[in-house]
Design a protein around this ligand. Structure first.
Ligand SMILES: Cc1cc2nc3c(=O)[nH]c(=O)nc-3n(C[C@H](O)[C@H](O)[C@H](O)COP(=O)(O)O)c2cc1C
Length: 206
């Protein structure tokens, strides 16, 4: 019997639909993602803002019809993520470039920019009825080896993309996390005014 999950964020202010609906499932159905939709999520990443418009990102896309790439990404994953991520029909490895193309200076915001691009990707996925689950649990050095990632670039995350599946398709140890309530710190813990730690007025709804 498949469980129903309602993962929509319980927000303290209204937010756009994709923000409320985005979450990170570990259960995926076998349904493939169309080339059109894979293109749309990468296009959303493409249009992210970045420092000096450097666009310091690159993506390696593994789909089930390209098992060579897909399996290479899987081979970099940690044991915990390997237990579920292989159910997702699309795995996207994201890499950041450490220096500016213009003058070779260190780009301290490269990973920040990559994160914005992946965030746009995840929101676009949500908008399309897909789910995207980002992961740090993989081996960037192995990714460098298997994909020939050049010096100056670093693999930062892998994102699993697909259609959300039923928790009961997962190993038992992973099922509960699919349905437990989603939690966030209140705004008052991280939105300040005046001095650090003083909650801004906007954090309390009078
Ligand atoms: C950079 C990053 C790394 C993450 N690494 C993993 C991971 O290795 N394995 C995993 O199952 N989830 C991973 N997650 C998912 C987070 O646990 C998840 O986003 C967080 O618990 C909030 O849940 P939500 O995305 O459903 O709102 C990662 C998320 C981010 C953004």
């Amino acid at each position: 019997m498949s469980q129903q999950t309602n993962r929509t964020a319980n927000t303290s202010y209204p937010v756009m639909n994709a923000v409320a609906k985005r979450w990170s499932p570990r259960a995926f159905t076998e349904r493939d993602v169309s080339k059109q939709d894979v293109g749309s999520i990468l296009e959303a990443a493409r249009w992210a803002a970045s420092c000096f418009n450097e666009q310091p990102w690159a993506f390696i896309v593994g789909t089930k019809d390209d098992p060579e790439t897909y399996d290479r990404i899987m081979s970099t994953m940690g044991e915990f993520n390997q237990a579920w991520a292989g159910n997702a029909p699309v795995l996207i490895l994201a890499a950041a470039k450490a220096t500016f193309a213009l003058d070779g200076r260190d780009n301290a915001h490269a990973v920040y920019d990559l994160g914005q691009a992946v965030s746009a990707l995840a929101l676009q996925a949500t908008e399309l009825g897909l789910a995207a689950h980002q992961m740090a649990g993989f081996d960037p050095d192995k990714a460098r080896d298997v994909f020939g990632i050049p010096e100056g670039w670093s693999a930062v995350t892998v994102t699993a993309v697909g259609y959300e599946g039923s928790p009961d398709t997962l190993p038992e140890s992973l099922q509960a996390a699919e349905t437990t309530p989603r939690e966030r710190k209140p705004l008052s813990e991280f939105v300040f005014r005046g001095t650090w730690g003083t909650p801004a007025a906007v954090t309390s709804k009078a």
